[in-house]
Design a protein around this ligand. Structure first.
Ligand code: DQA
Length: 158
């Protein structure tokens, strides 16, 4: 089974940008921890970061037929991107949205969320630990979907 982690604009600046909001941890460090967890659980994992909306749409689309689950932090595009939302809805995979900060406690414009309604779950305000929670969640969902598929197969055989 495979999880794809998609990171939106400016997340490549973690550890540098607004440390009072996002903390000191760099993206590579977050990804290293996620990779360890994936390995421990026998799951394949791929990482992608882009500052460009269309590239994020392309990467979500590439998950169709290739990945079993998506973890995405669309960053600022969360509040604006119907294109990313439509791509997530199109591929129809268990998708977990992560926000490092608590977007509900910040500026008014961050309360607008185009992405959450097409995600299975949203994790906000836990800092980088949110990505670990997302890994636990997506693995659980992927396992449930796989198990349901196996039950269906056995029922078809009978
Ligand atoms: C963010 C929250 C967004 O509002 C912001 O534009 C980001 C990061 C977060 O992880 O808290 O770039 O997605």
């Amino acid at each position: 089974m495979k999880v794809v982690v998609i990171q939106g604009p400016n997340l490549n600046m973690l550890g540098v940008r607004e440390q009072h909001i996002y903390g000191p941890m760099k993206l590579e460090h977050i990804h290293a921890q996620m990779k360890d967890f994936a390995t421990q659980n026998g799951v394949e994992i791929e990482f992608f970061q882009s500052n460009l909306e269309g590239e994020i749409v392309d990467r979500v689309q590439e998950c169709y037929g290739d990945a079993n689950g998506i973890i995405i932090n669309p960053a600022a595009y969360t509040h604006t991107s119907i294109a990313i939302r439509d791509a997530i809805a199109a591929v129809n995979l268990p998708t977990i949205e992560v926000h490092i900060s608590n977007i509900h406690r910040r500026e008014e414009f961050r309360k607008i969320n185009m992405i959450a309604p097409v995600c299975a779950s949203s994790i906000v305000g836990f800092g980088p630990f949110g990505y670990h929670l997302a890994m636990i969640g997506v693995l659980q969902m992927m396992n449930e979907i796989q198990a349901a598929g196996e039950v269906q197969k056995t029922q078809q055989v009978k």
